[in-house]
Design a binder for this molecule. Structure first.
Ligand SMILES: Cc1cc2nc3c(=O)[nH]c(=O)nc-3n(C[C@H](O)[C@H](O)[C@H](O)COP(=O)(O)O)c2cc1C
Length: 442
């Protein structure tokens, strides 16, 4: 019997896999812009009744020439192709509020929502790493300023998405009216960072507005999420911390007259699956043995916002000041290292595995047990799945873990609807002009 509250599942797609050494596994497709692999993952996700297919994004050649940051598609062009070969899967892409204009972003996501029949989602990020600024010839703004920009950016996009009333495009041949008079609401937005004084040149999208995802966990990140986000991605590596984050963020929703259920919290989750626990552990050990310590150290340095290459690898992790770039996640890593007495080498291995996200190494039942526990005990509404490599470990999850979650009544057997909002159980936002005087006078 299905339970009333259902788990949400996203697949966080990174062609090279999420373990830094994942691409080197004999069964892995090593990454690169591989459309056949992307289509396979999308089809597998839809077969597994996943809520969404998610792509992260940055603008650098990455760390030590690792395939996760080079050889990847631009997210929105890829999702546009996938929209034509899927029918129910949500399509979520990251776009930065630090290095874009609201008009470009609002238009692209509205377009994807039309192409996909209402399955678009935008992961709003402020872009963490300073080196992203280089390709734009810009200095990376400080953390607080990036969030002030993000608040404005999202507001401007929302105005743009409400440019047209839902019933504006009547296309009446007899009358010669393509749109109904009085249905265009031109945004007049003047902020400190962005100005938008013109409407969107396509109809209001099927979902009204694309689903908004947010992935920053700092205080300003949570404030933005509480006001605007409908899904939150987060990195939590143990249940007590996840519960604290979950309860804290849900509590902030009331300040904005939002119900707790209006925002779904989906921590990242790396399952390393084997037929037996020993087999899963051997797989993880094999990946660890293939780890390039220089790459692992660079990943850690990026996370911490400082170069760690000069420190002794086999000594305890040194005391470090709080990073300006990655406040919440850097702190999480350092706390973990202190609590568990990790050496720098051990922390490198930890970060290289899943970048601070929850990792479970075991059988399909053990993986499902942890997911159920987090879901039932106030740690998560669902998970953003991060397989160590593709396609094998994702196929294993869909074929072996999803049926367990379904049998326990925790996860859908069929999609509830056709739009991402319908499947996530999120309301379709009415246009801010829907109840305005103008329409009432008609
Ligand atoms: C699952 C997940 C995915 C993320 N994807 C991106 C991304 O694609 N691009 C990016 O710049 N930041 C990404 N981030 C980072 C956050 O958006 C945010 O910039 C970072 O956590 C720093 O913000 P904070 O200090 O508020 O936590 C991601 C974070 C998480 C947890």
């Amino acid at each position: 019997m299905a339970e009333a509250r259902q788990m949400r599942l996203g697949i966080f797609v990174q062609a090279a896999g999420h373990h830094v050494a994942g691409w080197r596994h004999p069964d892995a497709i090593p990454g690169g812009p591989d459309l056949a692999l992307m289509k396979h993952i999308a089809a597998t996700a839809e077969r597994g009744r996943f809520d969404m297919f998610f792509l992260a994004d940055n603008f650098t050649t990455g760390y030590a020439e690792h395939p996760s940051s080079i050889g990847k598609f631009e997210p929105l062009t890829l999702l546009s192709v996938l929209s034509a070969v899927t029918t129910h899967l949500g399509l979520a892409a990251t776009a930065s509020t630090t290095y874009a204009e609201p008009y470009h972003v609002a238009r692209a996501f509205a377009s994807l929502d039309h192409l996909s029949g209402g399955r678009a989602a935008w992961n709003v990020v402020t872009t963490s790493y300073p080196k992203n600024g280089a390709v734009f010839g810009r200095q990376h703004p400080p953390h607080a300023e990036r969030y002030a920009m993000a608040e404005e950016f999202v507001e401007a996009c929302r105005l743009l998405w409400d440019s047209w009333d839902d019933d504006a495009f009547v296309m009446d041949k007899a009358l010669g009216s393509f749109v109904r008079p009085g249905t265009l609401h031109i945004p007049d937005f003047e902020g400190r960072y962005f100005t938008v004084k013109g409407g969107l040149n396509l109809p209001r999208c099927p979902q009204g507005q694309p689903v908004i995802i947010q992935a920053g966990s700092s205080a300003p990140g949570q404030a933005l999420a509480a006001r605007t986000a409908e899904v939150v991605f987060t990195a939590q590596n143990n249940l007590p911390d996840a519960q604290e984050f979950y309860a804290g963020l849900k509590a902030q929703l009331a300040q904005h007259d939002r119900a707790p259920d209006a925002l779904k919290i989906m921590p990242g989750f790396m399952p390393v699956i084997g037929e037996t626990e020993a087999e899963a552990r051997a797989l993880f050990a094999e990946l660890s043995s293939k780890l390039d310590m220089k790459q692992a150290n660079t990943v850690l340095s990026d996370r911490l916002g400082m170069d760690m290459s000069g420190f002794e690898l086999d000594a305890p992790v040194p005391e470090l000041p709080e990073s300006e770039h990655l406040k919440s996640r850097a702190l999480l890593l350092l706390e973990t290292a202190r609590r568990e007495g990790l050496t720098l080498r051990e922390l490198c291995h930890r970060v290289a595995a899943s970048r601070g996200h929850l990792t479970v190494i075991g059988t399909p039942v053990q993986v499902a047990d942890v997911m159920e526990q987090w879901f039932r005990q106030g740690g998560a509404d669902g998970f953003n799945l991060m397989p160590p490599f593709f396609p094998g470990q994702f196929d294993a999850f869909v074929d072996q873990v999803v049926p367990i979650l379904q049998a326990r009544g925790l996860f859908r057997r069929e999609y509830e609807g056709r739009t991402l909002r319908e499947n996530l159980g999120l309301a379709r936002p009415a246009s801010r002009y829907a109840s305005a005087m103008g329409r009432a006078a008609e």
